[in-house]
Design a protein around this ligand. Structure first.
Ligand SMILES: [Zn+2]
Ligand SMILES: [Zn+2]
Length: 70
């Protein structure tokens, strides 16, 4: 039985995996940042990644826009 990476208790069901280190934890213990779950240790890195991803997406959308907007 896997134990939660955040609180250390056993995970009976509904476990989620950290998007960075892959540690299993309770859904309630995980930090959810832009649709992905992160453990406490990785949540700071997750926030940074989420911000970069949003910026990258915005940049891509900007490039895809037609030159003529009318
Ligand atoms: Zn937990
Ligand atoms: Zn992690």
């Amino acid at each position: 039985m896997a134990s939660c990476a955040v609180c250390g208790k056993e995970i009976a069901g509904g476990a989620v995996k950290c998007a960075i280190c892959g540690a299993e934890m309770h859904r309630d213990c995980a930090k959810k940042i832009s649709g992905k779950f992160y453990c406490r240790r990785c949540s700071r890195e997750g926030k940074r990644r989420a911000r970069y991803e949003r910026m990258a997406q915005r940049a891509m959308v900007g490039k895809k826009l037609p030159k003529k907007l009318w």
